[in-house]
Design a protein around this ligand. Structure first.
Ligand code: PLP
Length: 285
């Protein structure tokens, strides 16, 4: 992707450089949001802009750009990069700090990436997760702090796991980059709701599934996992992805469950509908 944006200015990627005293770099004092652009349409753009501004508030960043201005920047970067399918990342940092600690006027950066590719087998056979007792800072903000997750990549690779399930002393919260759902023995869909990032995929999935399934947001503990029939995670890049094992505990019969498969299809159909409904809006981008 040829172009990136720094504080509203479109620059060639090679010229998109920032001073070294950005508080995002020095102290990880920064938030971001990330979403897919499919067929030129930024998927669930308004939800992501709202969450971005929510993270800005929770982190108490002094951002001087409005939602409309940020939306315009999104349109411009999509048009300039002439992309059909990609990921769009917006980062807001604590600014160029005079002493490397005190927040200043916030900076906003925008860049596009190729999307990660998942194998069809991931969705038909499911994937494993490891687990870890860890609580993110400001869990309801989408902070850029992924030290714990990145540090665990080696351990994940050893068992071919796709994600880490976080719990706080046994109370399940979310994945390192995804939200978590389980299907219990009565076919009730259960999802933790406290101390999590409110995933946009999670919200849309719950919306499309609510008329067909019973969905309960409640506290869940690690000991319950062994009794669950199905499990899956949700994220903007993975959609609905089946999970067949967590921390060595096999879920149900170790195969992708019928409800998970149905939800995977329901969600993909919902995304396709969204793209069709919004294509005209971005035709000129
Ligand atoms: C910690 C965390 N939870 C949940 C999610 C899923 O959110 P979304 O569905 O909006 O991508 C993410 C996405 O990166 C995340 O980092």
């Amino acid at each position: 992707m040829k172009y990136q944006i720094i504080n509203g200015k479109m620059l060639l990627k090679e010229e998109a450089l920032i001073p070294l005293n950005d508080l995002g770099l020095l102290r990880s004092y920064s938030i971001f949001d990330f979403f897919r652009v499919l067929s030129g349409v930024p998927v669930f753009l308004e939800d992501h802009l709202d969450r971005l501004l929510g993270s800005v508030d929770k982190m108490e960043l002094d951002l001087r750009w409005s939602k409309d201005e940020i939306r315009t920047m999104c349109r411009e970067i999509i048009a300039s990069n002439e992309v059909v399918d990609a990921g769009l990342r917006i980062v807001v940092t604590g600014g160029y700090s005079h002493d490397g600690y005190t927040p200043a006027r916030a900076n906003i950066y925008m860049m596009m990436h190729n999307l990660p590719e998942y194998s069809p087998d991931d969705f038909t056979q499911g994937r494993k997760m490891i687990s870890s007792n860890f609580t993110r800072d400001l869990p309801e903000a989408k902070t850029t702090l992924y030290v714990h997750a990145i540090h665990h990549q080696k351990r994940m690779k050893e068992v071919n796991a796709i994600e880490i399930l976080y719990h706080t002393d046994g109370v399940i919260t979310e994945g390192s980059r995804a939200n978590m759902f389980f299907v219990d023995q009565n076919d009730v869909i259960v999802t933790p709701a406290d101390a999590i990032l409110r995933g946009i995929t999670r919200r849309h999935l719950m919306h499309v599934a609510k008329d067909k399934y019973n969905i309960v947001e409640r506290t869940m503990v690690m000991d319950e996992i062994a009794d669950m029939k199905e499990a899956f995670l949700t994220s903007s890049t993975k959609g609905v992805l089946p999970v067949i094992e967590i921390g060595g505990v096999v879920i149900g019969d170790g195969k992708v469950g019928a409800i998970t498969s149905d939800l995977h299809q329901l969600f993909n159909a919902h995304v396709a509908e969204y793209i069709t409904a919004h294509r005209e809006e971005f035709d000129d981008s």
